[in-house]
Design a protein around this ligand. Structure first.
Ligand code: DQA
Length: 148
């Protein structure tokens, strides 16, 4: 079974308590459960991770490129300024792997600083504003792309 990593950036470990009006009331454990289930549905072995550490997220991308693991990424605030993560995401694409960018909210409809993503230009596709359902679509997109 193809392995897929679903990586989540800073503050997403606080899902459920952090701005529930924006991010909903379900927590990271629920996201983990759902993504794993959706993965099975689409024939993928999904592993959900979260970190507040930019270096760790960059290293996860290096390993994904080396081990040929497709990526679903919610870069959280790194979206808006981390060129290091953008460069690392670029390497995943260079390795011929899909990388789907997901945002729970629609960052374009929020603060000015959220309107720019440095990850989108190097992502295979971007899904925003659909809550946790966006992860399901991203996992389905990965299944479609790896089977194409
Ligand atoms: C987010 C949007 C980002 O702007 C924000 O910094 C996050 C979460 C989202 O999922 O909607 O932490 O990526």
């Amino acid at each position: 079974m193809t392995k897929v990593i679903v990586v989540n950036g800073p503050n997403l470990g606080r899902l459920g308590v952090r701005q529930p009006d924006v991010y909903g009331r379900q927590d990271l454990e629920e996201l983990r459960r759902l993504c794993t289930e959706w993965g099975k549905e689409f024939g993928l072995d999904v592993e959900v991770r979260q970190t507040d550490d930019e270096a760790e997220m960059v290293q996860w991308m290096h390993r994904a490129a080396d081990e040929k693991t497709p990526v679903v990424m919610n870069p959280a605030a790194f979206t808006h300024y981390s060129y290091a993560l953008a460069d690392a995401a670029h390497m995943v694409g260079d390795a011929g792997l899909p990388l789907m960018e997901v945002h729970i909210s629609n960052p374009s409809a929020r603060d000015e600083f959220r309107k720019r993503s440095v990850i989108s230009p190097v992502a295979t596709g971007t899904i925003t504003g659909l809550g946790f359902f966006g992860y399901r679509l991203a996992i389905e997109a990965i299944a479609h792309l790896v089977n194409a």
